[in-house]
Structure formats: C-alpha cells, structure tokens
Design a protein around this ligand. Structure first.
Ligand code: NDP
Ligand code: 8X3
Length: 253
C-alpha cells in the first residue's frame, strides 16, 4: 500500500472524480474536496470499499476562503503531508459576448477558477515546503491558450491559470516542488451542463458528431505526469480530442 496522499478539488464529478479513481487504484490516500456532500460521500464509500483506502472528504466551496481554510487546516496533522495537489475545481458559466455577459457568471468563474485555486495552493504549498517535495497539477484548458468567441471571461480565467502555473513553478523551485499544467480540449463531463445552466439539449450538442475526450483520458495523462522520475517534470500538456484541432475547429460528422 502506497502511503502517499493526493488532494483533489472538484472530486464530485468529471475529471476530478476520474482522478480520485485513478489515485485510489494506485493506492494513494485521498483528500477529496467539493460542494456536493452526497456525491463526495458516495465516491468516498465506493473507493474505500473497492480499494480499502483512507479518505478524507471536505465539503467546501473553494471560493469561500474562511470555510476552505478551516476545512483544510482542520485535517489531522499526518494528513498535511500532501504529495499531489490537483487544482481541478472549476467551471464555465454562460457563453455570451462581453456586452451581454452576466456579472454573476463572471464572479463565479474568476472566484472559482482563479481565486479558489490560489487559496488552496497557498495552504497546501505551505504544507509541502518543509518536506521539500510535492507536485501541483493545475487544470487549465485550451481556453488558457486560445481565446474564442464569447469565451471572454472563461478564457481569461484559464489564461490566468496558465500564468499562475508558470509563476508557481518559479516560486516553488527552491523547495523541489514540481508544477504542471494539464490543458484539455473538449472533455464530456458536467462542464457544458454547468456552462449552459442546466440546458441538457444544448450541453449534449457540444459533443455530437465526434468523440470528445473522456474524463479518464485526463486522469491517465495526470498519472503519466506524476509517475515520471524525480528529475523529470512535464511543465505543460495540451490534450485534444483527435477530432478537435483548435478551440473552435472540430471535425464533426
Ligand atoms: P465538471 O462540471 O464535471 O466538474 C467540475 C468540478 O468542480 C465538480 O466536482 C464541482 O463540484 C467542482 N467545483 C465547481 N465549483 C466549485 C467550487 N466553488 N468549490 C469546490 N468545487 C467546485 O467539469 P470538469 O470535470 O470538466 O471540469 C474540471 C476542470 O477541468 C475545470 O477546471 C474545467 O474548467 C476544466 N476543463 C474542462 C474541460 C471540459 O471540456 N470539460 C476542458 C478543459 C478544462 P461541486 O459542484 O460538487 O462543488
Ligand atoms: C473547456 C474547453 O473549449 O469549452 O475548458 O473552453 S472549452
């Protein structure tokens, strides 16, 4: 049994849930963070039953720095030696031109994708520093490499993740902490349902006519990255469905 610990934000769905499964298979102890308590509990009891692991579940909104900090700092001391942090919690809300955007949507994206990621990273990097080891995986996006019509604020938030990924790598270098960005193209998860505010038809259409990435593909890539030898770091990985060339060009049947 591996005694390493992986902390995954946004573990209730999609990429985060697939990562929880992957790290459970690899024998890691898990700290799973998300807002939906029922889903966290379901995942936790399933993985505990299947892999016989220890799991801590933290029901927390990464935007709320007080509650988040209380939840993380409230973990037992021996759980604060986190080996892998996966900054995955994130969302897109709305797909509107800048003059029509909903400012509540903008707040949700910036507060979650940028500020939430920062709050988690500050706490967990301080846990890693004394051990001079650790690996932080930031889930960016093709939207952090390109800007597409109506993507404005979501793209800005993921460009910020790209910049923070580079900044963290510089700042944490003296402490032997690896930092990697995983930047996916279209992955079929709850992402589009959240973007389109529960419009299932519109969400399904996004993935029609081609095979999108699956959450498992991203978990596989993350496992590849974290399982490199100590002297190797993958700085940045851009992963697209074979049928998608750029953020806006997809070969659909
Ligand atoms: P999902 O909507 O399936 O999962 C998002 C996860 O983030 C959920 O577990 C959700 O949990 C959690 N989350 C959202 N807001 C918060 C919050 N405020 N506090 C805590 N947890 C939160 O989407 P994906 O799995 O696709 O998305 C994961 C990441 O991947 C995101 O950062 C997204 O931007 C990125 N990404 C997704 C792509 C795609 O095409 N799907 C492509 C490129 C990047 P809960 O609601 O329970 O809190
Ligand atoms: C999610 C992928 O292309 O919808 O980050 O922005 S995209």
């Amino acid at each position: 049994m591996n005694s390493k610990i992986a902390l995954i934000t946004g573990a209730t769905s999609g990429i985060g849930a697939a990562c929880a499964e992957m790290f459970a298979q690899q024998g890691y102890k898990l700290i799973l963070v998300g807002r939906r308590a029922n889903l966290l509990e379901d995942t936790s009891s399933r993985l505990k039953g299947q892999y016989g692991l220890e799991i801590q579940t933290l029901v927390a909104d990464v935007r709320d720095k007080t509650t988040l900090s209380e939840a993380l700092e409230g973990l037992p001391a021996d759980w604060k030696k986190v080996d892998i942090l996966i900054n995955n919690a994130g969302l897109s809300r709305g797909l509107d031109p800048i003059d029509k955007g909903d400012t509540e949507d903008w707040d949700a994206m910036i507060d979650t994708n940028v500020k939430g990621l920062l709050y988690v990273t500050k706490i967990v990097s301080n846990w890693m520093i004394p051990f001079k080891s650790g690996h932080i995986i930031n889930i960016g996006s093709i939207a952090g490499k390109e800007v597409y019509p109506n993507g404005n604020v979501y793209c800005a938030s993921k460009h910020a993740v790209d910049a923070l990924n580079q900044g963290m790598r510089i700042d944490l270098l003296p402490y032997n902490i690896k930092v990697t960005a995983i930047n996916p193209g279209m992955v079929e998860t709850e992402f589009s349902l959240v973007r389109f505010k529960g419009d299932e038809e519109r969400a399904k259409n996004v993935y029609k006519g081609f095979e999108p990435l699956h959450a498992q593909d991203i978990a596989d890539a993350i496992w590849f990255v974290v399982s490199r030898p100590a002297h190797v770091n993958i700085n940045d990985m851009l992963i697209m469905p074979s049928a998608q060339a750029t953020a806006t060009i997809t070969n659909k049947n």
